[in-house]
Design a protein. Structure first.
Length: 167
């Protein structure tokens, strides 16, 4: 880790190759979702690039540091997913119901019918799992505008998809 903190690319590669699998296994055992686990491991190493200076060997191991990052990212993603289930239950498949290709296509078509500005927010929130603050930054709009566009898009989608999903 010290080599990586000092700018050594090989130090990062060694960390990645040594800790990718243990992180993935931990996340997969917790979530039981392959792609989600892979995404969180990638996000963990990406996050490490920004906070590598925060690592203090006196406080613990690199492995513990990365597991802490991964755990927090996982909890954030799962909490956002719970929020989505509550607000928009038919868009987030449950473990007992996997969306069929037809259901996915129906949702995609409904999203394509949204006004462009609402569609951008829905895609960034739902498909890219970005926090609203980051979306505001990406789209160069106030946070309140992101929230209102998201609310309006969700209302429109619920109305459009109500019959298809009995929501």
């Amino acid at each position: 880790m010290e080599a990586y903190k000092n700018g050594d690319v090989e130090g990062f590669e060694q960390l990645y190759s040594r800790l990718y699998e243990p992180l993935y296994c931990f996340l997969f055992r917790y979530t039981r979702e392959d792609q989600l686990s892979i995404d969180i491991v990638q996000d963990t190493f990406e996050r490490l690039q920004y906070i590598k200076e925060d690592f203090d060997q006196q406080k613990g191991t690199v492995k513990a540091f990365l597991f802490q990052i991964a755990y927090r990212l996982m909890i954030n993603k799962l909490n956002r997913r719970k929020k989505w289930r509550t607000l928009f239950p038919f868009l987030v498949p449950t473990s007992s119901h996997r969306m069929s290709a037809d259901e996915k296509l129906t949702i995609q078509e409904a999203i394509l019918q949204l006004p462009e500005k609402q569609r951008a927010v829905i895609l960034l929130v739902y498909y890219h799992d970005l926090p609203q603050e980051e979306i505001a930054q990406i789209l160069s709009i106030p946070l309140g505008t992101v929230k209102s566009r998201l609310h309006n898009a969700m209302r429109t989608l619920k109305e459009e998809l109500k019959e298809d999903f009995d929501a």
